[in-house]
Every structure is written in structure tokens, then in C-alpha cells.
Ligand binder design. Sequence first.
Ligand code: GUN
Ligand code: FE
Length: 465
Amino acid sequence: MDSQSTLYIGTIIHSLALGKLEVLEKGAIVVGTNGVIEKVVEAAQVATLKKSSSINVVDLGHRLIIPGFVDGHVHAPQYSFVGTGMELPLLDWLNKYTFPSEAKFKDPVYARSQYRTAVARFLTNGTTTASYFATIHLESTKILADIVHEVGQRGIIGKVNMDRNSPDFLVETTSQSIKDTKEFVAHVLGKRDPLVQPVITPRFVPSTSSKLMTSLGEISASHDPKIRVQSHLSENKNEIKWVGEMHPECGSYADVYNQHGLLHERSYMAHCIWCSYGERELLRDKGVGIIHCPNSNFSLSSGALNVRRMLDEGLKVGLGSDVAGGFSPSMLDALRQSITASKMVSIGQGSDGDDLESPTAGIGSIKQYEALSYAEAFHLATVGGAECLSLGDTVGNFLPGKDFDALIIDPKVEGSPVDVFEGDSSLDIFQRFLFLGDDRNIEQVFVAGKNRKTQKLRDMLAASL
Ligand code: GUN
Ligand code: FE
């Protein structure tokens, strides 16, 4: 314990494994000056630690201390049209709303103002780690990385690649796309902020030529550790048909990414609703994470992912808001909608069917899938996401040695949407926060030991009004 360690006392709730919560009533977390968790103690040990003169004591009283949320898939520029244009399926939605909106990020002045609002909004909602898609524009994407750095969020940021099947106002040449991607990766790594990392981001197979995908795979592999890779996979049935027509030489949609060197242990793919058993085996064997984006999957009428089957088969799974395909910037919404989606599957209304089953499930058999519990959904929103983003040793829960990325939850804050009743247990209050709470309850947002929900952040949001 170093001389300036801080002892945060409160009710600690975090996930140790899928469905396995640890609750420490009036426990404490000891955090070093470097923002790293030194230890987590039960109530009985708190009094002794408090007596040590060399420790700062922060008593959070009735508040809950929970890990920060990990948004495994979010489009920062799309926050500009969040909550509008929700009536179309994916490919029409991209053409009508998304591409024209993203084209505006060619202008760095516009990008800065939009990105400041978006990042502040995600952080204030408790997203301590976000994996962002930016746009194709190099300058604006650097600005996004700078803003994430400035507010102190943990961010993985991708310059989007698009060199085919794209409108003339939002397209790059293959060579420019490769050049700009290399420059962006070097720019972010050059900043040496451990909280901000680059990610290779082909938009999806229809937007990126074979030549470009191969080069992106090479860029990823040319670093040690490999640069992360993120994209979209098997979201919408028309998209999947289109990819099949474009790549008859590949066995499946997932195989297209694989044959271009884009599937490895630091890759994660959003949606994956309609992946066949063979694709799921490939993703699992390559160590690829699945980012489940239930709000977007409902909003764009894409489908309801069978998340239980993914988990049973041993895939890594995290959650994503997928703003603005998803209309909420809050991971509380992603958590809730992941439960709703799993309930649809459990009552036989999900992305199911014999063609998606494993051969051992038995053709024609009706397999029952249990819905997610709140504890399981919470695991996906924290530890699961961290694992998908290759941050499992750094964040997700409060194991010693991880960074203190945490939310201080006040269920009794003035105007709280959560009611607390006589006799409620900590887990009752925690569940009510998960289902009814919002950013008003999220009093502080710690990333690497520092509270980032500051007046400056509030001012950033106020500036957009
Ligand atoms: N597939 C390709 N681009 C996008 C996008 O911006 N959002 C979603 N949800 N799917 C995509
Ligand atoms: Fe997306």
C-alpha cells in the first residue's frame, strides 16, 4: 500500500463470473495513486484500515460502488442523429440517414463540436470504456481520439475504412484508406496514453474491397500486440445475401473476414445474429469477441440474437449500444434490452431455426434457451465487454491489479427514478438501479482512479444546448 492510497467505503457489487456477483456490504476498495486496485476488503477489515494514518478515506455511505460499463460497439458520429430515423432496415437506413450524416465529419470544426457532445454523453452515462467507430476522415478521427483523451475516458478508436459500394460523398481510394489508417494508428500510439488505443475498423464487408481488407489484416498483424480489429458481421439477412454474392469464394460471411486475416484473438464483431454453427465455431476458435447490440437489433428490425447459445458454446460476449442504430447512449439500456432479447428467444421468437443449430442439438428438436438473468446481463456489460476488447486483465471488475474504473451509484439522489423501500437488500436496490436507474444516479465515473464526471464534463454537455 503506498502512502497516498485511497480507501473507498461503500456497498461493492461486481461480477466474478457469468451470473456470479460478489456483494460486500460496507466493504472497501483500496486504490493506489496510480489508479490501480490494491485490494478489496470486507466490512470487518475496514475499521482497521481506516486507522492507518497514511490512507485517504472516502466514505460513500449508502452508495453502491460498481464497475464502469464497457460499450463494445458505438458510432460516435452517429450520435448526431440519435433517436431519429428509426423506421428503416439496415441497408436503407445506411443510405438514407447514416452516410449523409457521417459525410459531414469531413469538416473538422463540425466534428469537434459533435464529438464533444457525444463523448460527454457516453461518459456521463457510465461508459468508462468505449470502442468507437469514427468515420473515414483522418483529421476528424484524430479529433475524436483527442477528445476521448481530454475527458479521460478509456477509448478504443477506429478510423472507418470504405472503398467500395459507398456513395461518392463518403468513399476513399484503397491506397488513401491504407495510408490514413497507418497514420491514424501511429498518431494514437504516439500519444502514449494507455487509455486511448487504435482499432482497425473496416465498416463491413460490402464497404471494403478484398485488397483493402488484406492490407488492414496486415497492418493489424504488423504490431505486437496486434492492433485490435472491429467490424459488423451477420446483422441483416439482405446484407448477408449481398456478401454471399460478392464473395462466392468464401464459405461464409465470417470466412470472408477470416480469409483476409481479420479474425484473431484481438478482433470483435458486432451483431452476429445470423451466424451459422460453423461460423460460430470459427469465431470461437479464433478467439473473436461477439458484441451483442440488442437495441439496434430491434430498432433496425435485424433480429434477436440467441445470446445463450453463444455463451453455451464458449464464445466471448459483450454488449454494445450501437448508437445510432440503437437509440440509447446508455449501457443500462443495452443491459435491459439484452434481457428482453433473450426472453424473446426463450419463448421461441428469436434468431432460431434448425439451420442455426449445432449438429448435436438434433435436427427438428426444439431446444429451450434460458433467458439472461440480471446478474448475467451485468456481467456482459462489464467483464464480458472487457474480455472481448482484450481488456480483461485491466477492467471489468474489482480484482486487485486492475484499474479502478468504477461508478458511484446514489439510489437516493434528488429526483432519483429509483425508489428505495424499507427492508430492501443491497441486491434489491442494485436491481432497481439496473432496470429503472439512469445517469442521475451515476454520481461519479472513475476511470483509472480519477473521477471524470466533473463540472467540465457537465459544461461540455451544456454547451450543446
Ligand atoms: N453495418 C455497416 N455499417 C453499419 C452501421 O453504421 N451501423 C450498423 N448497425 N450496422 C452497420
Ligand atoms: Fe454498428
